[in-house]
Design a binder for this molecule. Structure first.
Ligand SMILES: [Zn+2]
Length: 357
């Protein structure tokens, strides 16, 4: 199983190719540009090109290294990005690597097409430790190792983790000779200044319409967009994509979160047994990111309801809806703090029923 090819970015590819061939490619690179334009895909393409063993045009797409890279299984290419905090507070580097293996496999099963990470996801200290540790090892198969760190502005600084943070900064500043680090960010201004000053930025531009059309015509892309419930029709999708087709998947995930939030709110006035069932439905394994998105959508919905009620002059409803917002904020904090989503949802639904939301 392979991720979809890289579409467009001819200009960026040429610049990277020229630098790589001249030996002037920075060892710590930052790809920045709007969300959804394919920065992480471009980084994975660069990793593939660097490790391709063909003598002619690279990446060849057929050598063993290329084939491993196309399914994101090359042992010398590491892909990190924001993830939910691991449940175990004492999670080890091995636990973090296991988590990324599973998460990346899930991304590959969706052909490398995924929504933006949930708002509470981060690149946690244990992940930073994993990066530092893996960078110190020799490559397994190739002559180099490449680290792709997506949404790098979500790197979480945490009290008492200075050692890991400092080791990472040292790595960025002076990577081992066989190591390349490629960070990506759509909010480079939000990067820690200590990180920003140690990477060479390169701008990744939105895709032109021809490239967007080519992306949308890909069979795997079409299948995933249909599955995510993105409105059909090429012209509609081209417009919705706006040069950043990755945002289509985020949009679909947001709609799904809003639907889930509305459903949750509907059960507030239902019988306790129905509320209980709704709470249980929030506990699906691995869905903590989804639950967190549902809660964010719930805040949005409640604010909209409060505004609507206010506009209608229905003060009681406006008051109830606005009283519910802090309850959801509290639920968000508990969910981020690793309390079981089912318990959080059950308590939240009880509170919402009490305030009459
Ligand atoms: Zn190759």
């Amino acid at each position: 199983m392979a991720i979809v090819p890289l579409f467009g970015h001819a200009h960026e590819r040429e610049r990277l190719t020229t630098a790589a061939d001249a030996g002037t490619l920075p060892a710590s690179l930052l790809l920045c540009g709007p969300r959804g334009v394919g920065k992480q895909r471009l980084a994975l393409w660069l990793a593939q090109r660097m490790l391709c063993t063909a003598s002619g045009a690279r990446p060849c797409g057929v050598c063993e290294a290329c084939r491993l890279n196309l399914s994101v299984r090359h042992p010398d290419v590491y892909w990190f990005y924001p993830r939910p905090r691991l449940k175990d507070a004492d999670a080890s580097v091995a636990d973090a690597l296991d988590d990324y293996n599973a998460a990346t496999q899930a991304r590959v099963e969706q052909y490398g097409l995924y929504p933006r990470p949930s708002g509470s996801d981060g690149i946690h200290v244990v992940t930073v430790r994993a990066i530092v540790q893996r960078a110190s090892l020799s490559p397994a198969l190739a002559r180099r190792k490449v680290f792709v760190i997506g949404d790098a502005e979500r790197m979480v600084s945490q009290e008492g983790a200075d050692q890991a943070a400092n080791a990472f900064l040292k790595l960025l500043e002076e990577p081992p000779a066989d190591t390349t680090l490629i960070l990506t960010s759509s909010e480079p201004g939000a990067l820690l200044p200590t990180i920003r000053s140690r990477v060479v930025p390169m701008r990744v531009r939105p895709l032109g319409e021809t490239d967007v059309r080519a992306f949308l015509a890909d069979e795997a892309v079409r299948g995933e967009l249909d599955r995510a419930g993105v409105p059909a029709g090429e012209a509609t999708r081209v417009t919705l994509a706006g040069g950043a087709p990755g945002t289509l998947f985020t949009r679909a995930a947001r709609e799904a979160a809003r639907t889930a939030a509305a459903r949750l709110l509907d059960t507030v006035r239902a019988a306790p047994a129905d509320r209980h069932a709704a709470a249980l439905a929030q506990g699906v394994a691995g869905a903590r990111g989804a639950f967190s998105d549902t809660l964010s959508a719930l805040v949005e919905l409640l604010r909209e309801r409060a505004a609507d009620a206010l506009a209608r002059g229905d003060m009681a409803r406006a008051y109830a809806a606005s009283r519910a917002v802090p309850a959801v904020a509290q639920a968000q904090a508990r969910a981020d703090g690793n309390v079981n989503p089912q318990l959080v949802a059950a308590a939240l639904l009880r509170t919402l029923a009490e305030v009459g939301a």
